[in-house]
Design a protein around this ligand. Structure first.
Ligand code: 3H9
Length: 685
């Protein structure tokens, strides 16, 4: 059956797309749409047209899998133009998500009607692109420059209600009656004299033409977020053209910018991440009919920062949580922090007071382990020490009902050892949340030697339900993320002893696109994590910094000195401490370029990633990219560590490691997978 069909309802021709799963605008859909419009144009009996979609959504955009392949007409801009030039009014009937090319189709229509749950957006920027079918020119003309800029540069969609407010939709229909409401709307406008044509409108852009500073202001406010990315700059340039140039010239500029971006490395990297994120949810070796365990109540052990943050995920998703602590004071503190966090969200307008109370109403704080008995999943977030974890698992196993899942939030320890303490090793799994756990999207799901497929499938589904991006890892120290962080930390410390400053090391990474470098990160987390004054041996730079009261941002000094706005500046005291250690090390001192620092920090990470892959600890290279992107701030426009290595060439990485062999030390070994792939001219992804 064709993906596009037409139906006649008296004088209205309804063009229907049915191209699951998301009605992407592939070649067949584009050709069908163009044919539908031609059919309407050529038939005198037809007075108006409706475009709607079957399935879960209106067109969710161009078909991303077609990018990079030879184009086959008609192009999307041609189809949108054909719709707009139709002499009969065309109504877009929107449900689900009208995204990217999908919204551009809707903007080509003369009228738009949407149901309340619909979302409308131009997310191309998230793929390293800009809207390439007239979106940068039509949206400002329809919805005004300020809203168009925000939508196009952020890529975030708006609700139907907001779309109505800004003029992006003309009507909101009842959820169940979209098809009929759209036909009725089309009948109503069929006889009208003129129809709004987005590309001819000037009213909404006139105001910005008189206030050109709107662009400079926008750039100033967003410069930090946009740093390093090519696409947002192109988006801004194109929207500016909508204000300053005639439509045809604006569209031409948009086209040129689109073609440049779509063939560039940043967009390739970000498209890789789009598919990588979806791929990560798929678990190798699990049959489709594997049963899922029903999770109706979650138990959490430990009401500290981590436990509280984890609890919020489930509360926000409407799942009841039993939160256990050992002492009343700690429990009260934990509950108060959860409430405070929710209230802060409400104060920012991102939650209503009722929603806060709803979430808090789902929380059962208790000092009694026994209250965990009826939970379907219990996550422990207690102190990171194997003996304590083992004791916890023994105890939980005796209390929690049979069939329930027991999970550890360990970031480093062996969950098989914990599982061995229980009578149900098949029900034990690692759920490594990242701090702050209520905000960070990454979840490492650690698959133990005995973890059952059913448990794994259940927690992957649950992760999606609480809005996390879950990646499966095998059992190894530090799993995927922290295991790769470890060589980076080692090299960063060594560089200090060889003459590099913390600020040079951090700058090398922020120039690469990380939000902060290792020493800025250490200052933020606190240098005294795991440090006690009594046990101190003064054997590391970090220990001496702590002794001098330099414990990070919280004490206004760590590696850096901080002002009252928490802005860091290089510290002479830190430099003296480092110089002391460097002198004792006897290592020759020299200057390092940013490139050399990056090679020393990042190539060993790639090497570790390759080992993770060759040991089967990650299912695929793209999973590693997803971990580093969502858990550690690896810049999206490079596609993640493994994709970046592919881009610069594995041979280059291998040669770099050889060049730095002496500095990396005798314990450093090159991954055989990296070596063989480099020598064969292959890539990880
Ligand atoms: C664009 O429009 C450029 C134009 O401006 C100019 C052109 C000239 N293409 O996410 P899900 C697949 S750029 C191909 O799990 P959900 C996806 O890979 C585009 N495939 O579902 C997955 O496949 P699989 C601008 C696509 O319900 C399956 O569909 N648009 C596309 O969680 C289900 O996806 C966007 O960037 C696509 N466009 O979320 C929107 N979209 O089952 C991208 C999805 O094999 N899409 N697939 O893993 C989304 O944001 C989400 O998919 C959506 C649904 C919110 C729609």
């Amino acid at each position: 059956m064709s993906v596009i069909t037409t139906q006649r309802h008296g004088e209205v021709l309804v063009i229907i797309s049915d191209n699951p799963p998301v009605n992407a605008l592939g070649q067949a859909v584009r050709a069908g749409l163009a044919a539908g419009i031609a059919e309407a144009a050529g038939d005198d009996a037809i007075k108006a047209v409706v475009i709607r979609c079957e399935g879960r959504t209106f067109f969710a955009g161009a078909d991303i899998t077609e990018f990079g392949k030879p184009p086959v007409g008609p192009s999307l801009p041609e189809v949108v133009d054909a719709i707009e030039q139709c002499r009969k009014p065309v109504v877009a009937a929107i449900h689900g998500t009208a995204l990217g090319g999908g919204l551009e189709v809707a903007l080509g229509c003369h009228y738009r009607i949407a149901i309340p749950s619909a979302k409308l957006g131009l997310p191309e920027v998230k793929l390293g692109l800009l809207p390439g079918a007239g979106g940068t020119q039509r949206l400002p003309r329809v919805a005004g420059v300020a809203d168009a800029l925000t939508m196009i540069v952020s890529g975030n969609p708006v609700t139907a209600a907001r779309a109505l407010e800004i003029g992006l939709v003309d009507r909101v229909a009842d959820a169940g009656s979209l098809a009929d409401a759209a036909i009725a709307f089309a009948r109503e406008v069929a006889g009208a004299a003129g129809h709004p044509v987005s590309s001819l409108r000037t009213d909404r852009i006139a105001e910005a033409a008189n206030h050109p500073q709107v662009f400079d202001k926008f750039i100033a406010e967003n410069s930090r977020k946009l740093h390093g990315f090519d696409a947002p700059k192109a988006c801004i340039e194109a929207v500016r053209a909508a204000v300053e140039l005639p439509f045809e010239q604006g569209v031409k500029l948009e086209r040129d910018l689109f073609m440049k971006l779509v063939s560039g490395t940043q967009s390739r990297a970000m498209r890789h991440l789009f598919f990588a994120e979806r791929q990560a949810a798929k678990i190798d070796g699990i049959p489709a009919d594997t049963p899922v365990i029903d999770i109706a109540r979650v138990g959490i052990l430990g009401a500290g920062t981590m436990g509280g943050g984890i609890a919020m995920n489930f509360l926000s998703a409407g799942l009841p949580v039993t939160l256990v602590e050992r002492e009343q004071a700690a429990l009260d503190r934990g509950v108060a922090t959860i409430r405070k966090n929710y209230e802060r969200t409400a104060a920012r307008g991102r939650m209503t007071t009722e929603q806060v109370e709803q979430a808090m109403g789902l929380l059962t704080p208790t000092l009694d382990y026994g209250d965990l008995a009826d939970c379907d999943l219990v996550i422990e977030a207690v102190f990171e020490l194997m003996e304590i974890k083992k004791e916890v698992f023994r105890r939980l196993d005796g209390i929690v009902k049979p069939g329930a899942i027991l999970a550890s939030n360990t970031s480093y320890l062996n969950i098989d050892e914990m599982a061995a303490e229980t009578e149900r090793p098949e029900a034990v799994v690692g759920l490594h949340f990242f701090s702050p756990a209520n905000i960070m999207r990454l979840l490492e799901v650690v698959r133990g030697a005995s973890t059952s497929p059913s448990v794994l499938k259940t927690v992957m589904g649950l992760a999606k339900r609480i809005g996390k991006i879950a990646v499966v890892s095998g059992v190894c120290p530090g799993f995927i993320g922290n295991r790769m962080l470890s060589p980076r930390q080692t090299e960063a410390q060594k560089l200090l002893l060889e003459g590099a400053t913390p600020w040079e090391v951090d700058a090398a990474l922020t120039e690469f696109g990380f939000p902060m470098g290792p020493f800025q990160m250490a200052d933020l987390a606190g240098l005294d994590l795991g440090w006690t004054a009594e046990g101190s041996t003064s054997s590391t730079i970090r220990e001496v910094l702590c002794e001098r009261g330099r414990r990070g941002q919280k004490t206004s000094k760590g590696f850096y000195d901080y002002d009252e706005n928490r802005r860091g500046s290089p510290s002479p005291e830190t430099e003296t401490i480092i110089a002391d250690f460097a002198a004792k090390s006897g290592l020759p001192q020299r200057k390092f370029s940013g490139d050399e620092i990056r090679e020393r920090l990042l190539y060993p990470m790639i090497n570790e990633g390759a080992k993770i892959l060759e040991e089967g600890m990650a299912q695929r290279a793209s999973d590693i990219d997803i971990v580093w992107l969502n858990g550690y701030g690896w810049p999206a426009f490079t596609g993640g560590p493994m994709f970046w290595a592919d881009t610069i060439g594995l041979k280059v990485v291998l040669e770099g490691l050889a060049r730095h062999a002496r500095a990396l030390g005798p314990d450093f070994t090159v991954s055989s997978l990296l070596r063989s792939k480099a020598e064969a001219g292959e890539t990880f992804n």
